[in-house]
Design a binder for this molecule. Structure first.
Ligand code: SAM
Length: 204
């Protein structure tokens, strides 16, 4: 079973930064790696699911003409709106996957959110993500690997599902003891040039 919105509302009622995203070096470094892996300098339209307090949103915004950030928790939406109020092109909405349909986009960021979903909901999100990311677009996923009591899945299980379901060429696969990061280009399997940052600038 996926964790309901009320689970996250309770976390935000107890703290306005439940995962210390504003202060932890672990998070700052991971965010820096996340945005560094993105294969394009800019994206016309991007979607971030599970934006929490908007820290990663704020780092994605300068790379996107339009960035739509979703969170299932109303408290998170308010915090992320405040964090990104001065950033052009950002809108923050109270929406949840898989209940809300992902819009078409050039970049889809799934950071630390999919392990809250049960296997059926995860499969539904992956299915929708496959059609939401436009041809040539980017899907980036990054997730904590260690088991957390009460979470339906681990990050390893999430990335195993993603890797099995997405036959797109991969821009990068980054593995650490604590998290996995995978980035794909929406392109036919085996089209290595589509996923190459160097090829996009005609370096080969
Ligand atoms: C651990 S935080 C991740 C924040 C951010 N993506 C990051 O990497 O820093 C997870 C956030 O996902 C939200 N969330 C959980 N399940 C969700 C769902 N099914 N749809 C949308 N948001 C969800 C929670 O409310 C929470 O704010």
């Amino acid at each position: 079973m996926s964790l309901p919105g009320s689970f996250f509302d309770a976390l935000y009622a107890a703290s306005d930064d439940p995962w210390s995203m504003r202060s932890r070096w672990y998070e700052r470094r991971k965010y820096a790696l996340t945005v560094a892996v993105l294969p394009r300098a800019r994206f016309a339209s991007a979607v971030e699911v599970g934006c929490a307090v908007g820290e990663l949103t704020a780092l994605l915004a300068p790379r996107c003409d339009r960035l739509v950030a979703w969170d299932v928790s109303g408290a998170a939406v308010a915090l992320a709106r405040a964090r990104t109020a001065a950033l052009p092109g950002v809108s923050v909405e109270r929406r949840a996957v898989p209940a809300d349909e992902l819009p078409a986009c050039d970049l889809l960021v799934l950071s630390e959110v999919l392990y809250y979903l049960g296997p059926e909901d995860l499969a539904a999100v992956v299915d929708r993500a496959r059609s939401a990311v436009r041809p040539g677009g980017t899907l980036l996923a990054v997730h904590w690997r260690h088991r957390v009591d009460g979470y339906p899945q681990t990050g390893d299980a999430v990335h195993a599902t993603l890797r099995a379901a997405l036959d797109w060429p991969r821009v990068a696969a980054h593995e650490e003891p604590d998290f996995l990061l995978d980035c794909w280009t929406a392109a036919p399997a085996g089209d290595v040039r589509a996923a190459s940052v160097a090829a996009a600038e005609a370096l080969w």
